[in-house]
Structure formats: C-alpha cells, structure tokens
Design a protein around this ligand. Structure first.
Ligand code: ADP
Length: 164
C-alpha cells in the first residue's frame, strides 16, 4: 500500500545528471522503497538542458528500475514531498563546502514541514569532485568526461557542443 512505503525525494537541477548523482540515487534506492528525482524547473540561472531533456536523461539512466522515479517541480520542495507521500529529502554531500548551504536549507525545510527529514549521503570518493557545472565546462572546452556522466548524458553533451 502506498502509505506504508518509504518514499524519498532527491531534488536538484541535474543540468545534467552526473555519475555523482547516479551514485546518490542508487544509495537512496537501497534505503527507501522509492526515490523520486525532483528536477527543479524555476531556476534563476539558465540551464544548458531543457527540463524535458533533464527528465529524459534520468529516465535513460534508470530505465527498468521502477523504484526510481523522475518528476519536475517548482514552488516549495516540502509541498512537492507531501504531494508524493515522501517522508525524506535526500541530498548529496561532496565536501565541507557543500555543508553550510545544505544545513541552512535542511533547517528551513524542517521549519516549513517538520514531518520531512533531510538525509545526507556521501558519494563514492571518485565522484566527490564532480559537479554538473564542471562537467559542462570541460565538455565545452573540448575535454573528456567519460566515466563522469552516464553514456547517454555524454552523447547529449557532445551534441550540445557541436550545436554551440
Ligand atoms: P542543486 O542546484 O540543487 O545543487 P545539483 O543538481 O547540482 O542541484 O545537485 C543536486 C544534489 O546532488 C545536491 O544535494 C548536490 O549536493 C548533490 N550532488 C551534486 N553532485 C554530486 C556528486 N558528484 N556527488 C554527490 N552528490 C552530488
């Protein structure tokens, strides 16, 4: 029954999905019955990939894995979590530098809805230096990101560079 399931949401920009994100999603999928990747739509910064492309990249990476879902959202994350019956927000921590912002956001979300718990997870060390921003920069400058992003994402990044 849906109400007895342990559901988590994993929010972010995912512009694009990296193997660091994939690592966190897999760890989350072991802890929860279902993990919903929640792609933020209303961003101040202009993303490289459209929302549809970002959704498609997650779908491609987790095809055949029914415990991983993907949705888009804008507005308050705690409201999105409540709508999806999620009791947890998953976030990845790469380094101490991530901590301050994450800590503020977790406490704000708790103030907004104390029923939702934020859960932090660390990726495997080899992914701890990867960010979507760095991956985009390297590809646009002609470098290789093989092994840092799923293959389908790498293809889309190269298509994007070819069209730039
Ligand atoms: P946001 O704009 O919300 O930071 P991101 O897509 O950059 O969106 O990141 C979403 C979440 O994934 C954040 O919790 C971020 O810390 C985490 N994350 C990003 N890259 C990695 C990585 N390489 N390893 C682990 N977690 C990561």
């Amino acid at each position: 029954m849906a109400t007895s399931q342990r559901i988590a949401v994993y929010p972010g920009s995912f512009d694009p999905l990296t193997n660091g994100h994939v690592d966190i999603i897999r760890r989350g999928a072991r802890l929860f019955d279902r993990i919903v990747v929640a792609i933020l739509v209303n961003e101040q910064k202009t993303p490289m990939f459209t929302t549809d492309d970002r959704v498609a990249m997650v779908r491609e990476a987790f095809a055949g894995e029914p415990s991983v879902g993907v949705e888009t959202f804008d507005g308050l994350l705690v409201e999105f979590a409540a709508r999806h019956g999620a009791g947890a927000i998953v976030r990845g921590l790469r380094a101490v530098s991530d901590f301050e912002y994450e800590f503020q956001m977790a406490l704000m979300n708790r103030r907004l809805d104390a029923r939702v718990e934020t859960v932090f997870m660390m990726p495997a060390a080899e992914y701890s230096y990867i960010s979507s921003r760095l991956v985009k920069e390297v590809v646009m400058l002609g470098g290789s990101v093989t092994g840092l992003v799923p293959e389908a994402v790498e293809r889309r990044l190269h298509d994007r560079r070819a069209r730039a």
